[in-house]
Design a protein around this ligand. Structure first.
Ligand SMILES: NC(=O)c1ccc[n+]([C@@H]2O[C@H](COP(=O)([O-])OP(=O)(O)OC[C@H]3O[C@@H](n4cnc5c(N)ncnc54)[C@H](OP(=O)(O)O)[C@@H]3O)[C@@H](O)[C@H]2O)c1
Length: 331
């Protein structure tokens, strides 16, 4: 599109202020046209190794397909053997030349995450891209066998443990990246570490989800400040609103109303795959993205994270994931 860059950027920001326009497929289509994405495709990822959690469904499966299309070798991390193998076969069917493996780990079990990380480290001499995508929105309070509320464990503690355990394998890459799939829902929520530990009663699943997604974005920045993670690029993104099995089951009323303008899973996953290869992701660290552009992490002053709360989150993750020694050793 023949429009000056400053005008394009202004239009993009105006779109963002509409929220619905930005998060829906309208935002995706508008930005694709505004920024000529077809002339700036997802990078060639031949020879690159990407690990994707939650690759059996929705955005994770779509991202895995996009990465494979660009030549990446993949390890799909799933909790169910049959579903994970079905995803591997589907991707291989579409991209027969790729090397695709599976690792089974239920993120609701920290022992399973430790075992999965050990298997990944044995399997892979190097990880170029680690994508934390697995997620859920539960309307009921559930605690895992580790004693952690399920949403907080799957989105926050388990990915923290996986990153910590895989630091040595990430560091072997010349351009290691850790990408976290957060949510625009986190814009409504201030980080509340106490609520991660002890969810207020009655349990509000949407709030617990937004708090966990906010925690992901804060941790994305926290990692960049720790020596253990030096030379690794951390980025978080949100996919807008995409029509996935997760949205269908957890937010059926929202989906009924919004369905005509929801993104496809591929549209939601575009920025995940783009971040996996773009040199832009190596020019900065700890950023938050939507539709291939950096975005603010706070719209409302009351949702800003105080440094002391960010530090509390870091320490809570160290304690809950049992990684204090691991991180110190890597520093
Ligand atoms: N769709 C959207 O509009 C939207 C918007 C904002 C953010 N997001 C985020 O995008 C990510 C993907 O969501 P989606 O919409 O694609 O949902 P989805 O279709 O339900 O996919 C979720 C994936 O996470 C996996 N998963 C869930 N719990 C797990 C556990 N305990 N251990 C291991 N894997 C687990 C699921 O595995 P199974 O197949 O075994 O269930 C599945 O592969 C999530 O982090 C979500 O919060 C989505």
């Amino acid at each position: 599109m023949n429009v000056a860059p400053a005008i394009r950027r202004g239009l993009d920001v105006a779109l963002e202020l509409t929220v619905v326009g930005s998060f829906s497929r309208i935002g995706y289509a508008a930005r694709r046209a505004l920024f000529d994405w077809d002339t700036a495709p997802v990078a060639d990822l031949s020879g690159r190794v990407a690990v994707v959690t939650g690759a059996t469904s929705g955005l994770g499966l779509a991202a895995a397909h996009l990465l494979a299309e660009r030549g990446a070798d993949l390890v799909l991390v799933g909790r169910d053997e049959a579903r994970t193998e079905a995803a591997r076969r589907a991707i291989l069917h579409a991209q027969p030349g790729n090397h695709i493996e599976t690792v089974i780990a239920d993120l609701a079990s920290l022992d399973a995450v430790r075992a999965g990380a050990a298997q990944l480290a044995r399997l892979l001499p190097r990880i170029d891209v680690l994508i934390h995508n697995a997620g859920l929105l539960s309307h009921e309070l559930q605690r895992t066998d580790d004693g952690i509320e399920l949403t907080a464990q799957v989105h926050v503690v388990a990915p923290f443990l996986l990153t910590a355990a895989l630091l040595p394998v990430l560091r072997v890459s010349d351009t290691p990246r850790v990408i976290t799939v957060s949510s625009g829902g986190m814009y409504t929520q201030r980080l509340d570490v106490d609520a991660l530990e002890t969810p207020p009663q009655p349990f509000d699943g949407v709030r617990a989800y937004a708090n966990a997604k906010r925690a992901q974005v804060v941790l994305n920045q926290q990692w960049t400040q720790h020596a253990a993670a030096r030379a690794i690029a951390f980025h978080a993104m949100h996919p807008g609103w995409a029509d996935t099995p997760g949205v269908q089951s957890s937010l059926p009323s929202f989906r009924r109303v919004m369905r005509p303008i929801l993104r496809t899973a591929e549209q939601g996953a575009d920025t995940i795959a783009w971040l996996a290869g773009t040199p832009e992701a190596l020019e900065s660290n700890g950023d938050f993205w939507l539709d291939r552009h950096r975005r603010t992490t706070t719209w409302l002053p009351q949702t800003r994270t105080a440094p002391i709360e960010a530090e509390r989150l870091w320490n809570w993750c160290l304690d809950r994931s049992g990684t204090r020694e691991l991180i110190e050793a890597a520093s």
